[in-house]
Design a protein around this ligand. Structure first.
Ligand SMILES: *[C@@H]1O[C@H](CO)[C@@H](O)[C@H](O)[C@H]1NC(C)=O
Ligand SMILES: *[C@@H]1O[C@H](CO)[C@@H](O)[C@H](O)[C@H]1NC(C)=O
Ligand SMILES: *[C@@H]1O[C@H](CO)[C@@H](O)[C@H](O)[C@H]1NC(C)=O
Ligand SMILES: *[C@@H]1O[C@H](CO)[C@@H](O)[C@H](O)[C@H]1NC(C)=O
Ligand SMILES: *[C@@H]1O[C@H](CO)[C@@H](O)[C@H](O)[C@H]1NC(C)=O
Length: 453
């Protein structure tokens, strides 16, 4: 009995050591969901947190314009160049392919010459506002991994809002406001992403960075800066992704901030290039966008490393016995424990949190009934219980790529052993250090325990 008690103490000291250990500077790619490993019990699966690769998400979206008839060319129209009101020979005709500017041209291949772009009707109804909503829908939760970049072929709008939805377009919240004059347009103090701190990262700001300069030759892009926001946790060149992943793991608000199902660009006021609108020549004012970049990945709750586009619909290819478009449920017959999102920690492989069909230590269940000889007194059974769940606790993670099994036993990678896969020496032939003998003995009991229950 004494060695069981010793195990309790040993495990406690082990947990302290690992809690103080720093994560390696390298970080995981999370591109593998499982691999086969050899353990003392033979071949077994080692499960890891995994996610699909980040990719160009504009290939999978549906675009909707509001009002629907806002695209130029029906009826045909000529418009002038903004920088030169005397150049009014640009034609838009929806029925002629070379002169049409449908919304799809915002998502086609860039690098064509001349550039292809979507264009709105001109501001013929001035002073009635010229407002357009461009809504991008994925019908799937996706996680943004890079800046959203809009490239304008007209002057950049004097007022616009980027909005997001996380519930398939039912509700919308702003991501960022853009204006030549934030106070005047939105009664907001102008700010830039550089003003944000870790504490204010989720603040919604109005920026004047992307509205000035109406001339073609000037910068034509409007950004929503994802990477600068990541950098608040991961450092300037995102060298410390471990820190970011740690934050994403523990802060749901932060994770949700970068997660969307839809985006909406609300164009509120076109570039005028001056304080006065030239009412005699309203063909100068319109919106034209040649490109929208959205980089991201399907949100699969760290339970899938691929996402397929099938019958016009994105869906995660769920592993770990999970299911649903986002792998957000356990498969039928795999409710051995409650579903949970995978974890990025510990770096680099994370924790898979698989769904399994072995009802074991259920959080809602009372203490398991221990074989009588193992229960000398109640306090003792409590301490045994807590150490049996050796890898259930965030501080007590399996080391060296081992994965937690049934909340209470680590499946070690080849070459590692010990309760937390921390012991290298046993495999290299030398005898275990004296201090770890009780640990090994206890591990055997834990395994035995597993079969008893
Ligand atoms: C654009 O969408 C917003 C909601 O996000 C709505 O209030 C507004 O009326 C829409 N504008 C147009 C022109 O459809
Ligand atoms: C678009 O349609 C609405 C009615 O649905 C109409 O009032 C408006 O004039 C049309 N706009 C253009 C530019 O054709
Ligand atoms: C969105 O996806 C669901 C399935 O997840 C499907 O039933 C629905 O028809 C889709 N909606 C659209 C507009 O494609
Ligand atoms: C715009 O102004 C130019 C130069 O003043 C003129 O040639 C052109 O016809 C005007 N366009 C319209 C639609 O009034
Ligand atoms: C489901 O889990 C069981 C064991 O927990 C495993 O043998 C099986 O391969 C898993 N299925 C999938 C599709 O991952």
């Amino acid at each position: 009995m004494l060695w069981l008690f010793a195990f309790t103490l040993q495990a406690a000291s082990v947990s302290l050591v690992y809690a103080m250990q720093h994560y390696p500077s390298g970080w995981g790619h999370y591109d593998v969901c499982k691999s086969q490993i050899y353990t003392e019990e033979g071949l077994a699966w080692d499960y890891m947190a995994c996610q699909p690769e980040a990719t160009d998400m504009t290939k999978y979206l549906r675009v909707t314009l509001d009002p629907p008839n806002i695209t130029c060319g029906d009826p045909p129209e000529t418009y002038c160049a903004l920088e030169n009101p005397y150049m009014c020979n640009n034609e838009c005709d929806a029925l002629t392919e070379e002169l049409a500017h449908p919304p799809e041209l915002m998502f086609d291949f860039e690098g064509r010459n001349p550039t292809t772009f979507w264009q709105s009707t001109s501001w013929k109804k001035y002073p009635k506002p010229l407002q357009v909503n461009i809504t991008l829908s994925w019908n799937k939760t996706i996680e943004l991994t890079d800046d959203i970049v809009l490239t304008f072929e007209s002057g950049r709008p004097e007022q616009m809002v980027l909005e997001k939805s996380l519930d398939y377009g039912r509700t919308w919240t702003p991501y960022q406001f853009y204006a030549t004059d934030c106070l005047d347009a939105f009664t907001m103090e102008p700010k830039t992403v550089k003003d944000l701190t870790q504490r204010t990262l989720l603040d919604i700001i109005c920026t004047e960075d992307y509205s000035r300069g109406y001339v073609w030759k000037n910068d034509k892009t409007v950004r929503f800066e994802i990477k600068d926001r990541f950098a608040l946790f991961a450092g300037p060149r995102l060298h410390n992704m471990a820190s970011l992943y740690g934050q994403l793991d523990t802060t749901k608000n932060l994770r949700d901030f970068f997660t969307i199902t839809d985006l909406r660009v609300r164009l509120l006021k076109p570039a005028t290039g001056a304080t006065m609108v030239d009412e005699n020549n309203l063909s100068r004012y319109f919106y034209a966008i040649s490109d929208i970049k959205v980089q991201g990945r399907c949100k699969c709750n760290l339970h899938a490393n691929s996402c397929v586009f099938d019958k016009g619909k994105l869906g995660c290819e769920c592993e770990h016995n999970t299911t649903g478009p986002d792998c957000s449920r356990c498969k039928k017959h795999y409710h051995g424990r409650a579903w949970s999102v995978g974890s990025y920690l510990p770096i680099p492989k994370g924790t898979a949190n698989i769904c399994d069909n072995t009802p074991f230590f259920n959080k809602h269940r009372s203490l398991p009934v221990l074989p009588v000889p193992l229960l000398p007194f109640p306090i003792f059974s409590l301490s045994f219980f807590s150490t049996a769940r050796v890898c259930d606790n965030a501080m007590l993670r399996c080391q060296n790529g081992g994965t937690c099994h049934h909340h209470q036993r680590c499946l070690c990678s080849p070459g590692f052993t010990g309760v937390l896969c921390e012991d290298l020496r046993r495999c290299s032939g030398s005898s275990p250090p004296t201090g770890s003998a009780p640990v090994l003995a206890a591990a055997v009991v834990v395994m035995f325990y597993d079969y008893v229950i």
